[in-house]
Write a protein that binds this ligand. Structure first.
Ligand code: TXA
Ligand code: MG
Length: 342
């Protein structure tokens, strides 16, 4: 299939009309959001969902997020409640996805056979325009080949999706760089199924108690039946083996400098000069979870262009601010961690 590619900064409104029509006719359009790029299809069309799974090479038991232009649009296909609207008031549009009971018009192929549906209202204006133009909610996973790092710019999407989908809308770099926070509502609060830019402390101010699913920090805990099915797959991985290192910055530098093979290092910006022979990539400031999240997937993808046998990265702290980073990078590393003694 020929994939049409549009640089949105150089396009007028007509490209959204065209993209909306493609979606309504069952085709797929990759589009920017504030988190990562999505691979969108009509959420009411089971064939579109099948096409999404095929283009990604994704297991079809991993449900898709349904994107809406405004929070109340979820009424059409999900059972909403007061907590949903309270959350929407604070965090939507934005990087929060809420799991709700689904109505019958959402096909089971979209929800991986579940009776619930994930709802997200993105803040990226291009994403909103596309949803409005389509006139239907848009089911969209991240627009990467399953298992690879999620795409955070148009080039990443092109690498993974050229010839597989009808259209790519290139809206530049994504602001956040990791996927939305996914939560399930509870009687007394909510449970984080996938951490993201919206963190537990912020959610707690709105819903009360915030729990964190075990699989968030322990990929093994999920077994075959995690609460959020996406959590059971190894994910975000570069081609070379990625290993995390837990230790002080100086112990980390000593470890790298004593390593004899061809390695790459994801280094904090503050420590770029600390390594002798390694190929060093800037992972962002040690102090800034936001900066590291923004760079993570792009840096992991650039590892594939480097001639190295192994990549080492710092194990992030497990704190609220760094939880999304921790969650993504332990999956990218297949949970392989070396603990340094000093
Ligand atoms: O930021 C994002 O959320 C991006 C952009 C494109 O919006 N989308 C995204 O979609 O990350 P995806 O498909 O790559 O990840 C969806 C996650 C998976 O972990 C999936 O298991 C979970 O959400 N999920 C979807 N529906 C669910 C449901 N009904 N119950 C539990 N988890 C669900
Ligand atoms: Mg994904």
């Amino acid at each position: 299939m020929k994939t049409e590619y549009y640089l949105l900064s150089e396009c007028d409104e007509s490209v959204f009309e065209r993209a909306g029509k493609v979606i309504r006719e069952g085709g797929l359009v990759a589009f920017p959001t504030e988190t990562v790029y999505g691979l969108g299809g009509d959420a009411y069309d089971p064939t579109a969902a099948e096409r999404i799974f095929a283009a990604k090479g994704r297991p079809s038991d991993n449900p898709l997020i349904v994107h809406v232009a405004k929070p109340s649009d979820a009424e059409a296909f999900a059972v909403t409640n007061d907590t949903y609207y309270k959350l929407a008031e604070h965090f939507m549009p934005g990087p929060l996805t809420v799991i709700l009971e689904k109505k019958d018009n959402i096909p089971k192929s979209v929800t991986g056979g579940l009776s619930t549906v994930a709802v997200r209202c993105p803040s990226n204006p291009y994403a909103v325009k596309l949803i409005e133009s389509a006139g239907v909610p848009i089911a969209a996973p991240s627009a990467n080949i399953s298992g690879k790092p999620s795409p955070t710019n148009g080039r990443h999407v092109y690498e993974d999706m050229d010839t597989k989908i009808a259209m790519i809308l290139d809206g530049g770099d994504c602001d956040i760089g990791v996927e939305s926070t996914v939560i399930r509502l509870e009687e007394d609060g909510c449970t984080i199924l996938r951490p993201g830019e919206v963190i537990a402390r912020e959610l707690a101010l709105v819903v009360g108690n915030v729990y964190v699913a075990e699989a968030v920090t322990d990929p093994g805990a999920a077994g075959e039946n995690p609460e959020s099915p996406g959590m059971k797959y190894r994910h975000y991985a570069p081609k070379a083996k990625l290993v995390l290192v837990d230790g002080t910055d100086s112990a980390f530098a000593d470890f790298i400098n004593e390593y004899s093979g061809r390695c790459a290092v994801l280094s904090y910006s503050e420590n770029l000069g600390d390594y002798k022979d390694a190929c060093v990539l800037d992972a962002g400031s040690k102090e800034s979870a936001q900066e590291q999240m923004h760079k993570l997937f792009s840096v992991l993808r650039s590892c594939d262009e480097i001639d190295c046998d192994i990549i080492f990265a710092h194990l992030p702290p497990k704190t609220d601010e760094f939880l999304a980073l921790y969650n993504r990078i332990i999956r990218a590393a297949g949970n392989e961690v070396i603990v340094l003694s000093k």
